[in-house]
Design a binder for this molecule. Structure first.
Ligand SMILES: [Zn+2]
Length: 168
């Protein structure tokens, strides 16, 4: 299993210099250590989980997003109930597994499901052509999804670009 910190650092809860730097720079947080341990424990009985590769873990006010390497959702499908029940013992936040993807449209659909956005478009920003994502959601659907700040946080972790959510 590949996690967001070294396996040994997660199980011992004593971070090496490299892992400590990630923590100081805010790339990971305590939640990465806790969830790492939960996943490693689950893999003792559910061997298929050893093939899992976790790229980011994002905690928002009401949810925890575990971002997996592309194609990894299939690995957890049989263990999902077990995993979610173990994770529920640690946090009462809703836990969602998402796959890393370059397919912007698919990501936004997964993230907003069952809400369907009005439009999703990528714009290039001058002067260096940095990409930014613009997503429009119906005003009526606003209360059914995360806040735009939280959505931007998750979108950025997966796609590596800023996203602006607007309501029309
Ligand atoms: Zn380490």
């Amino acid at each position: 299993m590949k996690l967001t910190l070294d396996r040994l650092c997660i199980t011992s809860k004593r971070l090496c210099n490299n892992c400590n730097k990630k923590l100081e720079r805010g790339i990971v947080s305590e939640v990465d250590i806790e969830i790492g341990n939960i996943l490693l424990n689950a893999a003792k009985s559910q061997k298929n989980l050893n093939n899992l590769s976790v790229t980011n873990i994002i905690e928002t006010s009401g949810s925890i997003y575990i971002i997996l390497q592309s194609g990894n959702l299939g690995i957890i499908s049989n263990s999902k109930d077990h995993l979610l029940s173990q994770l529920a013992k640690y946090s009462d936040k809703q836990v969602t597994f998402l796959e890393k993807t370059k397919n912007t449209k698919k990501l936004i659909e997964d993230l907003l499901s069952p809400i369907i956005p009005v439009s999703t478009s990528t714009v290039m920003l001058p002067p260096d052509g940095e990409k930014e994502l613009k997503v429009q959601v119906k005003q009526d659907d606003k209360s059914k999804i995360l806040s735009s700040m939280e959505l931007s946080q998750v979108t950025r972790a997966i796609l590596g670009m800023y996203a602006h959510y607007t309501y029309v």
